[in-house]
Design a protein. Structure first.
Lengths: 373, 377
C-alpha cells in the first residue's frame, strides 16, 4: 500500500470530475433541485377540502348543518347545486372532494327525534386523502350531533366524558417537510455515489485507459481506494450542505447530534460504494451501468420507508427491507433529526448498516480484483 | 420522408439494443418490478396502527375502552406496559406509533359524570400516517363519547334518544379506498418516462461520444428520418411495457380499466411520443451520456413522480409549483389515466388533456428537428 499513489489517483479523479463543465450541474444543480422539489412539493397534508352541497331540505336545521360544515376551517363549500345529477357531475369532473346530500325529510326526522341520514359522497381516487377527508367530515357530524342533543335536552349536561388529549410527538404540526427533507440527503448520496463510482471505472474501460492504469505500479486495492475516496469526501460534503440547508432554509429541527449523522454516512457509504464497484465490474458500457444503477436504486427507494411506510408492507417484503441499507440510514437520519435519539435507540440500525456494508464492500472488492487479474 | 431510410436507422438502433442485452432486459424488468412493488407491497393506506397502552386504572371500564380500540380494524394493541416512560421508549424506537395513557382515577371521574382525560401520544414523524391516525382516533373518541352521552341521558330516565344525524358514506371511483387502485395505473406514467426518456436520452449522446455522429452527418439521412428511425424501437418497447402493465394490473391486482382500451392506447402513444422526443432532445443538446441521463432523471422521472398529481396532490403545493405542474406532461397523462381507470370517462370529458399532449409532442419534435438541423444534419 502506497499512499502517495492513492493520493495521486484521488487528485486525478477530482481533476477529471471538475474539469468537465457538464459535471457541475450534476454535482450542484441536481441535488439543489431535488432538495427544493422534496421540500416544497412532497406533502400529503389534508388542509383544504372542497365540498359540494345539495340541500333538498332547506330548513333551519339543514342550514345549521351547513354552517357547521362551512364554519370548519378544513372545509370549503365551493359548489351549491340544486339537482342530484349536478352533484354527480361535480365529483366526476374533480370539482369537489366531497359531496354532501341533505335529504328532504332531514328536519322532519330530527324534530321527531329520529335519525336523519346525510349522504356523503367521497371521491376515493386518492384513497389515503379520501380516508382523512371522510373522517374529518364524521368529526363535524358528531360535533353537530352533540350540539343538537344539547339543544333538545337543555338539562345540565355533565356526563362522564372521555376527554382525549391528543399530542403528536416529534413533528407537532405534522409538517410533511420535516419528514421528507432530512431523508433526501440519503437518496442523494445513494444516487450520486453509486452512479459516479461505477461511471469513474466504466469510463476508464470505455476509453481504453484502464489498460494504462493496469500497467502502472498501482495495486488493485490502491486503485479501488483512489476511485472511491473522492466520493466519500463528496458524500460527506453533501451531507453537511444538505443539513445546513435543511436547518437554516427549511427550518427543520435538528434535535440529535450531527456527528452521529456523519458516522452513519460513512457506514452507509460502505454499501453504496460496494454496489457502485459491483455495477462497474459487471457492466461494459455507460448505458448498461446507468440502467443497472437505476435497477438497484428503484427498489431501494421504494422499499425504504421514504414515502411508503414499511409497516404497511406485506410481511415477506418487510423481511426483504432488512437487506436495504437506505432503510437503516433513513431511520437513523429521521431519528437524529426529529426524535433526537442516540445510539441507545439506533444501535440496531448502525449494526445493520455496518454488517451489510462490510459484506457488500468486501464481496465487490474481491470480485473487482478477480476481474482485474 | 423516406421509409427505407427510417427503416435503416431503426435497424441500426435495434442492433444496438440487441447487442447491449442488459439494457433491453432492464427495459422490461424495471416496469415489471415497479408494477409488482406498487401493486403488492406499497400502500399509503393506514390500517395497521400499532398501539401501546398504559393503563394505570385497571378497571372494567378502562379495559373496555382498550378492548374497543383493539377491536377497531385500524388499531392493533401490541401490549400494555406499566410505565409512561416505557411507552415513550416504544415511540422513540418506532415499535409503536400510538401510546394511550389512562391515569389512575380515570373510571372514578367518568362514573362521577365528570370529564376524564385520556392521554394519547402519536408519533408524528410521518405526517401522512400520523394525520390519518389522528383523525381515526378523534372519530373513535367522538363515537365513544356519544355513547357515553346517550347512556347518561337514558340513565337519567329520559326517553331513549337517537343521534339526530348519521352520515352515510358512499365512496366513488375507488369504492374500497385502496391506494393500489390509483397507484397501479399511475405507475404506467412513470414506466413510460423511464423507458422512453431515460433510454433515449443516451441514444444521440452515444453517437457523439463514440464519434459516429460524423458518419451520420455524412449520410444522406435528413433530420426527420433520423429522429423517427431512432425513436421507433423505443416506441415499440414502450408500448409493449404499457400492455404488460395493463395486463399485470388487471390479472394480478384486479385493477380494471373501466373505460375504453383504445383510448388508453391512444393516450399512451401520445405520452410515449412526448417522452421519446424529450429524451432525444436532452440527448442531442447535452452530447454526454452521463449528463443526459442525470438530466433525464431530473426533468422527466422526478417531476412525473412528484409534480403530476400522482401521489402528492397538486392542490397542496405552493402557487408557483402549481403553475409548474401545468408544463409537466405526466400531469395530463395522469389525468387521463384517472379518468379512464377510475371514473369511466370518455373522450368528451378528457379531450383537453389529449389535445395538450398532442401539442407537447408536436412542439418537442419541432425543437428536436431545429437542434439537429443546427448540428448540420
Amino acid at each position: 500500500m502506497n499512499w502517495i499513489r492513492v493520493r495521486e489517483l484521488v487528485r486525478k479523479e477530482f481533476i477529471q470530475l471538475f474539469r468537465d463543465k457538464k459535471n457541475r450541474p450534476l454535482l450542484i444543480v441536481a441535488p439543489l433541485v431535488q432538495l427544493i422539489l422534496f421540500g416544497y412539493v412532497v406533502t400529503t397534508d389534508v388542509r383544504d377540502i372542497t365540498v359540494g352541497l345539495l340541500d333538498l331540505s332547506r330548513t333551519p336545521e339543514s342550514r345549521m348543518l351547513i354552517d357547521a360544515i362551512g364554519g370548519n376551517k378544513t372545509f370549503r363549500i365551493t359548489e351549491v347545486t340544486e339537482r342530484p345529477v349536478d352533484m354527480d357531475q361535480l365529483l366526476l369532473m374533480r370539482k369537489v372532494n366531497l359531496g354532501v346530500k341533505i335529504p328532504p325529510d332531514f328536519s322532519v326526522k330530527i324534530r321527531k327525534g329520529q335519525t336523519a341520514e346525510v349522504q356523503i359522497l367521497a371521491d376515493g381516487s386518492m384513497s389515503n386523502m379520501a380516508a382523512v377527508r371522510i373522517s374529518y367530515m364524521f368529526t363535524v357530524l358528531e360535533q353537530f350531533n352533540n350540539q343538537v342533543i344539547r339543544e333538545l335536552h337543555p338539562v345540565k349536561m355533565s356526563y362522564g366524558k372521555a376527554d382525549d388529549r391528543i399530542r403528536t410527538w416529534y413533528n407537532p404540526n405534522l409538517d410533511s417537510r420535516n419528514f421528507y427533507v432530512p431523508g433526501i440527503v440519503a437518496f442523494l448520496i445513494m444516487l450520486l455515489v453509486m452512479l459516479l463510482t461505477s461511471m469513474a471505472i466504466i469510463r476508464e474501460k470505455e476509453s481504453g485507459t484502464m489498460e494504462q492504469l493496469m500497467v502502472t505500479p498501482l495495486k488493485p486495492l490502491e486503485l479501488i481506494l483512489g476511485k472511491t475516496i473522492p466520493f466519500i469526501l463528496i458524500a460527506q460534503a453533501q451531507m453537511i450542505i444538505v443539513t445546513i440547508f435543511a436547518v437554516f432554509w427549511f427550518d427543520i429541527p435538528l434535535v440529535g447530534s450531527i456527528s452521529l449523522l456523519l458516522v452513519a454516512t460513512c457506514l452507509f457509504l460502505l454499501s453504496t460504494l460496494g454496489i457502485g464497484l459491483f455495477i462497474s465490474t459487471i457492466s461494459t458500457t455507460q448505458q448498461q451501468a446507468m440502467m443497472t444503477t437505476f435497477f438497484f436504486i428503484l427498489p431501494f427507494f421504494m422499499l425504504s420507508g421514504f414515502v411508503f411506510p414499511v409497516a404497511n408492507m406485506p410481511k415477506i417484503v418487510q423481511w426483504l427491507t432488512y437487506l436495504n441499507p437506505l432503510k437503516y440510514f433513513l431511520i437513523i437520519i429521521r431519528g437524529v433529526f426529529l426524535k433526537g435519539t442516540g445510539l441507545g435507540s439506533l444501535w440496531p440500525q448502525f449494526a445493520g448498516l455496518l454488517i451489510l456494508g462490510l459484506i457488500v464492500f468486501w464481496g465487490s472488492v474481491n470480485l473487482f480484483r478477480k476481474r482485474l487479474d | 420522408m423516406n421509409l427505407i431510410k427510417i427503416q435503416a436507422i431503426s435497424r441500426k438502433e435495434y442492433y444496438h439494443l440487441i447487442r447491449d442485452f442488459r439494457s433491453l432486459y432492464l427495459a422490461f424488468i424495471i416496469p415489471l418490478l415497479l408494477i409488482f412493488l406498487f401493486g403488492y407491497a406499497l400502500s399509503l393506506d393506514v390500517d395497521n396502527i400499532q398501539v401501546v397502552v398504559v393503563d394505570h386504572d385497571q378497571t372494567d371500564l378502562s379495559r373496555d375502552l382498550i378492548q374497543k380500540i383493539g377491536a377497531s380494524s385500524y388499531f392493533h394493541v401490541i401490549g400494555q406496559v406499566a410505565d409512561d416512560r416505557i411507552a415513550s421508549r416504544y415511540l422513540d424506537d418506532g415499535m409503536a406509533s400510538v401510546a394511550i395513557i389512562l391515569a389512575s382515577g380515570w373510571t372514578a371521574n367518568i362514573r362521577a359524570d365528570r370529564e376524564s382525560q385520556v392521554q394519547i401520544l402519536i408519533d408524528g414523524s410521518d405526517p401522512n400516517f400520523a394525520g390519518i391516525t389522528r383523525s381515526y382516533l378523534t372519530a373513535f373518541m367522538l363515537r365513544y363519547n356519544q355513547n357515553q352521552l346517550l347512556d347518561f341521558l337514558n340513565r337519567k330516565g329520559m326517553e331513549p334518544i337517537h343521534p339526530p344525524v348519521e352520515g352515510r358514506i358512499r365512496v366513488w371511483f375507488n369504492e374500497d379506498l385502496e391506494s393500489r387502485n390509483f397507484i397501479v395505473p399511475g405507475i404506467i406514467a412513470i414506466i413510460i418516462m423511464i423507458v422512453g426518456a431515460m433510454l433515449t436520452s443516451l441514444v444521440v449522446a452515444r453517437e457523439y461520444e463514440n464519434g459516429t455522429m460524423e458518419t451520420i452527418r455524412s449520410l444522406p439521412v435528413p433530420a426527420a428520418e433520423f429522429l423517427i428511425g431512432k425513436a421507433i424501437p423505443y416506441f415499440i418497447i414502450g408500448l409493449i411495457d404499457v400492455l404488460v402493465s395493463i395486463l399485470m394490473g388487471q390479472l394480478l391486482f384486479g385493477v380494471v380499466m373501466k373505460s375504453s382500451f383504445w383510448l388508453m392506447i391512444l393516450a399512451s402513444s401520445l405520452y410515449l411520443g412526448v417522452a421519446l422526443s424529450l429524451g432525444l432532445l436532452i440527448s442531442s443538446v447535452t452530447k454526454s451520456q452521463l449528463v443526459a441521463n442525470q438530466i433525464a432523471v431530473l426533468i422527466t422521472y422526478l417531476p412525473s413522480l412528484l409534480l403530476s398529481n400522482f401521489v402528492f396532490p397538486v392542490e397542496n403545493m405552493p402557487g408557483i409549483l402549481q403553475l409548474v405542474t401545468l408544463i409537466v406532461p405526466a400531469t395530463y397523462f395522469i389525468d387521463i389515466l384517472n379518468g379512464l381507470y377510475l371514473r369511466n370517462l370518455g373522450l368528451s370529458a378528457l379531450w383537453p388533456s389529449y389535445v395538450i399532449l398532442t401539442i407537447m409532442c408536436g412542439a418537442l419534435s419541432v425543437l428536436n428537428l431545429i437542434v439537429l438541423k443546427r448540428e448540420g444534419l
